[in-house]
Ligand binder design. Structure first.
Ligand SMILES: [Zn+2]
Length: 70
């Protein structure tokens, strides 16, 4: 699985009503069930490699960074 720098990835929120399929979160290797709000990260140079993440897993993907609440 390729990882991309933040400035190479477009990130957008997926609202619960938009989540109609089940995805596998690369952060925790757990399912994201349909109807769950999450985020999708789309590499600008490789949109086919977009990944759906739990919101919490996306925020925690860089553990060395100080986290911001909210
Ligand atoms: Zn996850």
């Amino acid at each position: 699985m390729a990882l991309f720098d933040d400035d190479e990835v477009d990130v957008r929120a997926v609202q619960p009503y938009e989540a109609t399929k089940r995805y596998l979160c690369p952060g925790c290797n757990q399912d994201i069930p349909p109807g769950t709000g999450h985020v999708v990260a789309v590499p600008r140079t490789a949109p086919d490699l977009r990944r759906h993440w739990h919101r919490g897993c996306w925020r925690a993907r860089h553990r060395r960074r100080p986290g911001r609440s909210g």
